[in-house]
Every structure is written in C-alpha cells, then in structure tokens.
Write a protein that binds this ligand. Sequence first.
Ligand code: SF4
Length: 425
Amino acid sequence: MGMTMTQKILAAHAGLDEVCAGQLIEAKLDIVMANDITGPMALPIFKEMAENVFDKDKVVFVPDHFTPNKDIKSAENSKAIREFAKEQELKWYFEQGKSGVEHAILPEAGVVAAGECIIGADSHTCTYGALGAFSTGVGTTDIATGMATGELWFKVPGAIKFELIGKPAPYVSGKDIILHIIGQIGVDGALYKSMEFVGEGIANLSMDDRFTMANMAIEAGAKNGIFPVDDKVKEYLKAHCKKEYQIYEADEDAQYDEVLTIDLSQVRPTVAFPHLPGNAKTIDEIEAMEPIKIDQVVIGSCTNGRMEDMRKAAAILKGRTVHKDVRVMVVPATQKIYKQCIHEGLMDIFIDAGCAVNTPSCGPCMGGHMGVMAAGEKCVSTTNRNFVGRMGHVDSLIYLASPEIAAASAIAGYIANPEKVGEKS
Ligand code: SF4
C-alpha cells in the first residue's frame, strides 16, 4: 500500500519497508530538542534513565521562553539546562546573544534537515516540516526518553492532502493561508493527522511562508505539517545546513483521509478572532464591522518573526507613525535576523515609527514578558495562539494576523486592511 511523505519518513526511521496509519512503531530520532521551560522538567526524568545523552550532536537546548530571564525562577531554569549542556558537552546549546526562538534558530543554524525525524518538547516543533522533515511536539517524559535512548514510539498518523494551486495576491502570505485553512477545517480538523501540502501553488510560497504554515499545523490539531523538498528547500538547506539529507516523496497511491484543494489566489488577508485560531475572518468581513480598536501589536515569534516578516512590516511602517493609543513590540526571531534588520535600515523604520524593538525571545507570545496584556486590552499579534489568557489577563483579547495586517493596524489604531494603508495614513 502506498505511503504519504510522513509515513515514508517514519518507516525509514523504524527500519520498516512499510507502515500504515494507526500502526505503533519505534523510530530512531535525529534531533531531540527542549527549551527553558520543558528542559528543566525533563532533566530529573532523564537522570532516572541514563547518565549520558544518546548523542551529543542530536540533543539540543534553546533557552528562549523566559529569556533574558524575567525572574529568579526562570534564571534557575536556564541555569539548569546551561549546566547540563556543558556537562554533557552538547554541540547545540543556544545561549542568549547567539540564539533566538527555537523554531527559527534550528533551521537557520542548520540543526534540522529534510527527511529527519525530530521531536521537541514544544508543540510548534512541527515547524521543520517546511524542510520536508517529520517533526512533532512531545511531552517532557517523551523528551527525556528520546534524550536517553535516541528512540521513541509513535502511532503512525493518517493524512490530509492539501493541494495548493494558484498564486497568492499581494498582502497575502503564509499566515493568511494557514488561518484560512484552519478556519475551513477547524482547530480539530486534522486531529493526529499529517497536513501534507502539495501542488503547483507551493512554488509561489517562500520558505518563510512555509515555515509559518508548518508551524501552525498543530493549531488544527495535526501531528505534523509537511512540504515536499523542492528547489527552494534545497537552496535553503544549501545555505544553512551542512548535514547530508534524504528526500522522501509520497507514493502515487498514498492513502489520504481527505484531499482539499486550496486556491491561493482566492485567499484574502485573514485574521483569527479570539479565542481560537479557527475563528478566521477575512479582512473584507472585518471592514464591514464596526472598527475593532486595539491597544497593542506584536510582530515576532516562531510563526512570524523571520526576515521576510520584518521586511513586510517595515514596508508598511516606513515613514508612518504608530497610532497614539497603540504600543508595538517588534521581536526579531533570531540574533541574525535582528542584525539583518539593522543592516537593511529596518530598525530605524521601526523605531522612528514608535515601535519598541526587543531582543530575540518568545517574550509576549505566551504572556511571559515584554508585552503582557491587561484586562480588557486587545492585541493584534503575528503569533500562533489566541487562547484565553495566552498573552496575559484572561480578559484580554488576541487577534492573530500577518505582519502586514499587524503593521497596518498599528498605524490605524484598529484592525486594518494592509491593502489600503496608503489611503488611511
Ligand atoms: Fe511557543 Fe510562542 Fe515561543 Fe513559538 S514564540 S516557541 S509559540 S512561546
């Protein structure tokens, strides 16, 4: 029986010729990753199982959630993984100042590659599917097991095939497309399945678009999201990664639970309203409503803190000023992106517009620090979750959007259409 991309990767890592949806397998792991929240929780479990990690080059720690440390507890957590990484002589430990948000830094630093089987103690580990890898989020017990043994059991997921056709219009990017898809299938629409993106429309998506889309596969309940390895992925890997990699393609007769066609040319700038990423509304629907006044804008995170996101936000903010009632946090996702923003003059644009530019960190995304919301406040955010209380007070409201919508809204003071920003400034 034919296999999907994900099933091919899992079969290879389990040493099997064939796997099928629902089958339980034990697969070898290429990368095991944890952060400053999940890493310290995994360490005591790991220490009950082993003295040393299975491979010093394959266990990765990224202190990104509460760093630079916001309080004593977070400082102790970072210290625990820092000391463990040193003691175990791990190749990949990303210290502040040389780091970034985990799902941006791992591809950028060449830690992850096509065809790999990757687990991370963070739900948005599915991001690396943009590179044609199987990557998924797991809990701390699983991560400890992975660190100790280099293997983990999986239930092989079934798949939904998303056939992408057409070309997105200006002001429509990966964020709009994935919000459109989650709006269509719902937040449990791909529960424990792979979202496999295929079709000629993929050629019209940048790598940053694909990272954003794979990142949010979990918001539809998916086990993973995955893209084929085309020329853009090969170029990306050539520029970032020194590892050998393997390309897996779905079989012609692969079985899918569903096949959906998405015409990218029909996707409109889209916003997910509180409190679920599936509450998607097009900018046209929003413009027909009373203006939704906002208090804060966040441009950053593992979803939309990459270079292309910074450029798109800056193109809208250039020569304009943030609305007097709005505060804007710009958080480039990695140190390299931060520096590139300086080189390209984007920092001047952000600062002159009245934005606060913060050091690479998860920061406000999960209400950690650098932009926590008060009761009743509304935020347009380029992050990936708008659950109750995600960015602060349980009575705050989060609207998920692209960097272009976020920037346009920052100027307008309400959720605004980036296509019309020239008219409104
Ligand atoms: Fe999680 Fe947000 Fe950090 Fe991404 S930026 S890893 S979603 S906390």
